[in-house]
Design a protein around this ligand. Sequence first.
Ligand code: ARG
Length: 460
Amino acid sequence: MPQLWQGRASKAVDSRVNDFNSSIRFDARMIEQDIRGSMVHSAMLGRQGIISQQDVEDIHKGLEGILADLHSGALEIDPAAEDVHTFVEQTLTARIGDAGKRLHTGRSRNDQVALDIRLWMRDESEALQAGIRELIEALCRQAEAAAGYVMPGYTHLQRAQPVTFGHQLMAYAWMLLRDLGRLKDAAARMDAECPLGSGALAGTTYPIDRQYTARELGFDAPCANSIDGVSDRDFCIEFVSAVATCMMHLSRLSEEIILWCSWEFKFVELDDAFTTGSSIMPQKKNPDVTELIRGKTGRVYGDLNTLLVMMKGIPLAYDKDMQEDKEAVFDAADTLALCLRTLTPMLDTMRPLPENMRRAAAKGFINATDCADYLTKKGMPFRDAYKCTGTMVAACIAADKTLEELTLEEFQSYSPLFEQDVYHAIDLTTCCEGRTSYGGPAKASVLDQIAKVRAKLAEE
Ligand code: ARG
């Protein structure tokens, strides 16, 4: 396929430059969006009397034919084309003749590509949002079953205070809900302004109707500055940033699952269908899926960095550097989609082991805060209660005992405020169920959170 811009040069472009310059191998996936944009652009040209109604009809039929043939497999993308825009226009012209050559009137590939990538991201963002919603729903299902499973909560990966497994899982549901919000915000800002009609950078002398094209393509309005319209990729950065943030959350959840299914924790058992074995160690059951998610998170951070660095030094308006935006955007979106598709069923089939969680919770003095709170409620200032309990913990560690194994006399040797009810106060279930403060780990709070998250999902 020859270039669209043949005319000025005295000789053919070196084949190595052609290969280097070509973006068809990755931008071909925007072909539906490219055709959608051309449909609206040509309809506008017809409405404004810039091209004839006959041309519009021919162009529409031609574009519909291209789309149908692509779907049926009758038409293949030419890997030698410079880019998807060239491919569509030249295929159209080969099919319908001169009307095809009129399609690009009043338009540049600069505003065309700025539109196409937006339309592609709009569709993709919706698919990703659906994937995130499914993961949130899977978390809610697991959390519902595990609302009352007591486990140690950690800080510094040291056992800290009792929580429930449901509470721990719901923490991720809330994070993912914000990820949904971030994707939506980015899409709304992106959809506010349509770049089509910016031309190469300086608009056009044709009497185009940008209000019409913006509206027809699902934007709130045309962008108000043609240079801005073709020059920025901030919407790509926002989208990939939201994707990278979501990957960060998936990676942390993955890291926890890796820990939980180790022999050291054994808080969960993964379904065999979602684990892998070792070629040499017959006993192995490896959480490869979660490790890959953790690894792929770095790759998406790389995509974000690619965009940020690519954009930071290029002068207005369009520069070819910006062709590099697509691979980063596609890779980030593909990676998140792939991770969501695998993590959700893995989470759904994961089996919690509440006895092991409880056993771990019974060790590590995670009721020490509750013991100090007990003394505080009986009148001792909290800082003194903290100190007194610390002394007790040190003595228990030396004697290889837990706090609840101390006799009442032993308790009272530390403070006369201790009475028989201390055993109830530092019991694990009491400690967990007593944490009824709003947003706490008690079963009732977990169930309340699940209802709230589900209501938020239903709202949208
Ligand atoms: N393939 C190009 C890109 O992705 C399309 C725009 C080309 N514009 C140009 N003036 N060379 O950015």
